[in-house]
Design a protein around this ligand. Structure first.
Ligand SMILES: [Zn+2]
Length: 169
């Protein structure tokens, strides 16, 4: 997201040299820069305490299983967002989160923050956005996800971290 006009007062932004950042769009009225950014969101690989993976199907017509994901709200931390999205979409409680990596997703101009999330296994309570939720072994989960999905990468990263004793959740 790049601003041409000030999102606060509507003034046309002008380039201003700011430290090492180079020219940054600047509002003379508000006396502040508006740095370009990508919308941050979380993608959560939900794993139960007995190592099952929870995947969901979204209500709007997607046929394969996906990971819980959502946009970070203004003023919210990424782990907080993960906990909220998991609770909202599945009704489950997140016990801990481990940041895996971030990736830029050009299609929606998103900064994706990937987390492995330990969740307490219980009866799911799905939101209107979710049509189905199911538990899988790691191998089953890999097959249930879209080929090339972030979730598959995340499964591999979790396995790698575990082998090195670094997962920590
Ligand atoms: Zn302004």
């Amino acid at each position: 997201m790049k601003f041409d006009h000030c999102p606060k007062c509507g003034e046309k932004l002008v380039p201003k040299q700011i430290g090492d950042e180079g020219n940054v769009p600047y509002c003379k009225n508000c006396e502040r820069p508006f740095f370009p950014f990508s919308y941050p969101c979380v993608i959560c690989l939900c794993i139960s305490e007995d190592d099952e993976v929870l995947l969901i199907k979204q209500s709007y017509g997607i046929i394969r299983y996906v990971c819980v994901a959502g946009y970070i709200k203004a003023g919210e931390g990424a782990e907080e967002c993960a906990k909220r999205e998991i609770a909202e979409e599945t009704g489950l409680e997140m016990l801990g989160a481990r940041f895996l990596y971030s990736k830029y997703y050009e299609k929606h101009d998103n900064l994706m923050l990937a987390f492995a999330c330990r969740v307490r296994k219980a009866e799911t309570r799905l939101s209107g956005e979710v049509s189905e939720a199911a538990w899988f072994t790691r191998d089953e989960a890999e097959n249930a996800l879209f080929p090339g999905a972030y979730g598959i990468d995340m499964l591999h990263e979790v396995t790698r971290l575990e082998k090195e004793g670094l997962l920590g959740i």
